[in-house]
Design a protein around this ligand. Structure first.
Ligand code: BGC
Ligand code: BGC
Length: 638
């Protein structure tokens, strides 16, 4: 009895001692020779993986499985702790937030890692979800929902490639993007981060985008590693099933519960993962959400059974931000459950030491088999070798000049123009005639932060134009319409009359569950509606531009407007909207998600087709050309 109760304690002490000893410098065996096989760039990836793996201590292996956050783990601490990965959370930037400072910071992690016994490069990750939007001066593309409106594979490849180049200029080769969630409920605060409600669109555009991200960046340069996230079913959580409260906001859908039978889940949500795995994506992020009440991070059947075994995924599963700690039990039980379920690398922003210690103890206690550790480390090393990170892990100075350049911005402006979706156009209101006198209104018309949405510079985004380079919608209107012809008033209190009024309605920026909204709160705000009314009185034709992360309930604004345009969250190149409104570019966008008519009849995308169609103002696929002709098939009878 006494021996039995003492044994776990002894094992615990042994585990701790092992971890401390191994983590302390000097305790590890000698450095491998300079000609070790794993260092030979000409050797096959699998041979290099095996050669390196057999040289590693348990502490070195567990280190590879650990990711800390830059603010919590300095380059010295990362090297001392043998960390395999470091991330920037949303808005986590070096000071000053400048390209050079980012490159110096990340090179610092690599220099420290190169000096460790095995010299394994650090994999530095960031959310570059619409361009490299954490870095001041970057080119910001429309968020993915806007890009989805283009249904243009070639464009998505270009966007991916430019994003990869801007990442590499800072020395970052791992992107926590794309989010390939199939969004069923636009009340979700992550709707704008997705390619919309149609699995086929999500799959095709997700594939094209990762192909762009993985484009070779030049001789000897590493290849960017995209991430398919969040595995699986995060776009279909049930209303009010979420339990999280962050920033005083009760989450409603984000991190909630998806329900049903597995065959239906996989039919709807697996296709994008399958396509991305086939395209060579080597990292998948597990979802915060639960599946029939059980946290995805503990779902062995799905993470290992479906993703790794059925799809043959050879890369690694990264956990989401502190999501392992949402599993039941003690930290060690949480770690054991996640790693045994198939999580290979732990995103433990401020808890890397605790994670490594818990996992070490778990291995010593036989709660996690050594074969599982080896499998996880193989997957991580395989990705690092395949990327070419052992040969070159630093920022590419040759790409600095192109960062935020006119050439990159031209791609973004073109993307904006292709995304703009025409929903209503009475009596040829659009395009606006050259030389027309135009009144512009709306607080969202002249705000780079708002038009860039969440994740831009800060996790929750920013308002106004601090530290952002680009063109607001208003600046674009002035370029195309002629500055002398354009008069702006935030609230639409113009004097005199104009031929055309353009009012921009919208949403403040948000990210994740902080943007979850009750249906009624999706309505155009009373302030925006007042602006619409004020402008209506002073113009011949009224154009309503919606600049938002998702369709808004238009209510009275729809009847007031002669033309309605969806601009999504365009990013830094707002001028792309003007290019279309003034007819320099055609209308090409089509809705990637159904547009609800009103709060009372609101339904999710997975409601029975007849009910759903009856609830929509405009269905998936809707979008007009300037002559009023539909641009493509629409999901509901018209
Ligand atoms: C989000 C992920 C993101 C991660 C790192 C989490 O809160 O759910 O999508 O990649 O943070 O920023
Ligand atoms: C981080 C984000 C992360 C979020 C998760 C924020 O503090 O900056 O990257 O996604 O927390 O809750």
């Amino acid at each position: 009895m006494a021996a039995n109760t003492r044994r776990p304690l002894l094992r615990h002490l042994l585990g701790t001692a092992l971890w401390c000893a191994a983590a302390a410098s000097g305790a590890a065996p000698d450095s491998p020779p300079a000609d070790a096989r794993y260092r030979d760039a000409s050797a096959a990836v699998e041979a290099r993986v095996e050669d390196l793996l057999k040289r590693m201590t348990l502490a070195e292996k567990i280190g590879q499985m650990t990711q800390g956050e830059r603010a919590a783990v300095s380059s010295e601490a990362a090297a001392r702790g043998l960390l395999g990965s470091v991330l920037s959370g949303g808005g986590s930037a070096p000071k000053p937030n400048r390209l050079e400072a980012w490159a110096a910071m990340i090179d610092g992690y690599q220099t420290a890692a190169a000096a460790t016994r095995l010299g394994i490069p650090v994999l530095y990750g960031i959310d570059a979800v619409h361009g490299h939007q954490s870095v001041a001066g970057a080119t910001l593309f429309p968020h993915l929902l806007g890009l989805a409106a283009t249904r243009d594979d070639a464009l998505l490849r270009r966007v991916g490639e430019v994003t990869a180049r801007e990442l590499a200029a800072t020395g970052i080769y791992w992107n926590f993007s794309p989010m390939v969630s199939v969004t069923q409920d636009l009340r979700w605060g992550r709707t704008y981060e997705s390619f919309g409600e149609d699995p086929a669109v999500v799959t095709a555009l997700g594939r094209a985008y990762v192909q762009g991200l993985m484009q070779p960046l030049g001789a000897g340069a590493p290849r960017v590693l995209p991430t398919a996230k969040h595995f699986i079913g995060d776009g279909a959580t049930a209303w009010a099933s979420a339990r999280q409260n962050i920033m005083n906001t009760d989450y409603l859908l984000d991190q909630g519960d998806t329900r049903g039978d597995t065959a239906a889940l996989l039919a709807q949500h697996l296709p994008p993962y399958q396509a991305l795995v086939e395209a060579g994506v080597m990292s998948v992020m597990a979802s915060f959400s639960t599946w029939n009440g059980t946290k995805m991070h503990g779902q062995r059947e799905l993470l290992t059974g479906v993703l790794k075994e059925r799809l043959g995924f050879q890369g690694f599963v990264i956990s989401d931000w502190d999501a392992i700690q949402q599993l039941p039990g003690s930290l060690r039980q949480q770690v054991v459950a996640a790693v045994n379920a198939g999580v290979d690398m732990a995103m433990v922003p401020t808890a890397s030491r605790e994670f490594m210690q818990a996992l070490t103890e778990a291995v010593v206690q036989n709660e996690v088999p050594p074969t599982r550790i080896d499998d996880a480390v193989r997957r991580i090393l395989r990705a690092k070798f395949q990327m070419g990170l052992f040969e070159q892990s630093r920022a590419l100075p040759s790409l600095r000049a192109a960062f935020g350049s006119a050439a990159h911005r031209a791609v973004a402006r073109d993307a904006v123009a292709r995304s703009v979706t025409l929903l209503k156009n009475e009596a040829g209101t659009l395009p606006i005639a050259a030389g027309a006198r135009v009144f512009v209104a709306g607080e969202w018309a002249d705000d780079l932060g708002a038009q860039s949405g969440g994740w831009t510079l800060e996790w929750q985004g920013v308002r106004g134009n601090p530290g952002l380079t680009g063109t607001t919608l208003l600046e674009g209107f002035r370029q195309q319409g002629g500055a002398a012809q354009i008069t702006y008033d935030r609230r639409g209190r113009h004097s005199g009359r104009a031929d055309v009024g353009v009012v921009v309605v919208g949403e403040p920026p948000y990210a994740e569950g902080v943007g979850d909204r009750q249906t009624a709160r999706l309505a155009v705000s009373p302030e925006d509606l007042a602006t619409v009314r004020a402008l209506r009185e002073r113009v011949g034709k009224l154009v309503l531009v919606v600049q938002a992360g998702r369709p808004l309930l238009l209510g009275e604004a729809l009847a007031q407007a002669d033309a309605v345009v969806m601009a999504y969250l365009p990013g830094s190149e707002g001028a792309g909207v003007a290019d279309v409104l003034w007819g320099l570019q055609p209308f090409r966008g089509r809705l990637p998600i159904g547009w609800p008519r009103d709060a009372a009849s609101y339904t999710r995308a997975d409601a029975p087709a007849a009910v759903r169609c009856a609830s929509l103002q405009w269905a998936l696929g809707f979008g007009l050309d300037a002559q009023g002709k539909g641009l493509g098939p629409v999901a509901c009878p018209q």
